[in-house]
Design a protein around this ligand. Structure first.
Ligand SMILES: [Fe+2]
Ligand SMILES: [Fe+2]
Length: 186
């Protein structure tokens, strides 16, 4: 490998900045949902969920600073690319479907990163801390999505929205992962 240690660190900071950016956009999505899902149960869960995502963004920020860097602001992060492909969600079901696919991606990505052999112990700690909450995030959002679809008289709409969002998300993530691999080689 011909990268010197400074540029290896810069690459790490860039990756963590991507994670931070995704967490912040996730928080924004939840903030949006808090204005839509008015029932008491959703209001409680959304407040806790939102607090988690903001904390995750902070944990990545803190990790970047501890590495001696500052967060990089990104103009073409994951959610921005995803938003460009999906367009604005048209209703509550689409907003929830978007939340599910980004949560699934975060969970998979963090699990893959923690399993990489060269992941530093300090980074593993952060990855584990931010992964801990993802199971309940996914579970309750997906349940709520099905509940709303059923109330609207068609439970299949939840599955249809999820299938469509998962397919597009996969394409967006594949292009992002390809750009990332290219960057890591440079
Ligand atoms: Fe998160
Ligand atoms: Fe989450």
């Amino acid at each position: 490998m011909n990268t010197n240690s400074t540029s290896a660190k810069d690459k790490q900071i860039l990756i963590f900045s991507f994670y931070r950016d995704a967490e912040l956009h996730g928080a924004r999505l939840l903030f949006n949902l808090i204005g839509h899902l008015k029932d008491a149960d959703s209001q409680l869960k959304l407040a806790r969920h939102l607090a988690d995502e903001v904390r995750h963004a902070w944990l990545w920020t803190k990790h970047i600073v501890e590495l001696g860097g500052t967060p990089i602001s990104l103009s073409d992060g994951y959610q921005r690319r995803l938003g460009a492909r999906l367009g604005l969600p048209k209703g509550i079901l689409e907003l929830l479907a978007l939340t599910v696919v980004v949560e699934e991606r975060a969970q998979n990505r963090y699990m893959a990163h923690v399993a990489m052999p060269n992941t530093e112990p300090e980074t593993k700690e952060v990855l584990k801390a931010v992964s801990e909450d993802e199971s309940w995030h996914l579970a309750w959002i997906e349940r709520k999505m099905r509940e709303i679809a059923a109330q609207q008289g068609n439970e299949h709409r939840a599955d249809e929205a999820l299938a469509r969002y998962r397919e597009i998300e996969k394409e967006v993530y594949t292009s992002l992962a390809a750009d990332e691999a290219e960057l890591m080689r440079s």
